[in-house]
Design a protein around this ligand. Sequence first.
Ligand code: TRH
Length: 380
Amino acid sequence: MPSLNTRWDIFCTVVDNYGDIGVTWRLARQLVAEHSLAVRLWVDDLRAFERICPEIDINAAQQWQQGVEVRHWPSEWLPIEAADVVIAAFACQLPSAYMDVMAEREKPPLWLNLDYLSAEDWVTGCHGLPSVKYKSVQKIFFFPGFRPGTGGLLRERGLLEQRRKFQRDAQAQRQFLQGLGVERAPNAQLISLFAYENAGLASWLDVLAAGATPTHLLVPEGRILGDVARWLGVESLAVGAIDVRQALTVQVLPFIRQDQYDHLLWCCDFNAVRGEDSFVRAQWAGRPMLWHIYQQDEDIHLDKLDAFLALYTKGLSPAAAHAMNGLWQAWSAGQPIGDQWLSARKHWPELQENAEAWCLEQGLQADLAAALVQFYLNWI
Ligand code: TRH
């Protein structure tokens, strides 16, 4: 890849939770680290950013983090030069003053809308298509995705090798977990749980508690904690809390930095994840997983769920695919999943192999940052 002497601006509005900033921060870092680009990341909510990157100074209008120039999206825009490539993440609306300076450039910038991740068929057809125009500047849809013909997934260089090395190193895993205050019993299955509120949780915890195999459930602070507390019969759960019910140990973890979260996923035998970014990271962990999809109006998220499941389970036997479908569909609908969990457990070795095979297959695609850079090179 030739070295590009270009400036990139990435705009992120934090709609809710951490996915918007999670994706844009990961992308910005990678464009700097692997493509030596000058990247400015404009963020409207530095508090959300601070949760995944504690070094963030929430009061700074401008700061540098890991080579990325982080700018607090100001309420009033001073004149500023537009970049060569402008990425509006998740269809966020750019400030009109910035759109004007884009249009004033002698050569208009490449203006991309980095869209939501979906496995649906239509994504391939829409990736790279023109969107709206502002004066002389054309916006273009850029879709991440799982299929050839999309923009691919965020994946840092060497990530899978790093992950495999870590998973082969029991000592490194022990040390990492100890750093979080986790002492894993040798025969316990380790599960991480990151999800939205979910009425189906109690049924899962019931079967884990009654199970023959001990389970150590690690729950980072967040929206599901209320359901966990209700099941345990406690008023609230603080970080560090450890509660044991029969075969199930529940431990509340602090919300950890983004790179540490990867290591947590790599340590676990099974990962429950949500939204967009943790969903992708669990796929790179190469372990069986469960996705709590982000709910959208008119249930359009259900089409996304079906589309992903069709791809992800295509290499499984019909019985294992049926079990996975049942588990994922029930979880995202907030229904009980105890029986579905037990069905999935019957196919465990197959689900483990499938998780690794899927990761390998996806790892063959160009990663999203490289695809963006290539898109720019083709465009100029
Ligand atoms: O937080 P999410 O639910 O985010 C989103 C947003 O709701 C967004 O608006 C919506 O568009 C999108 O989902 C689909 O889930 P996600 O995407 O997994 O983002 C969580 C981020 O937080 C991810 O980058 C991983 C990170 N994280 C940490 O850094 N530390 C932690 O301890 C945990 C649990 C997560």
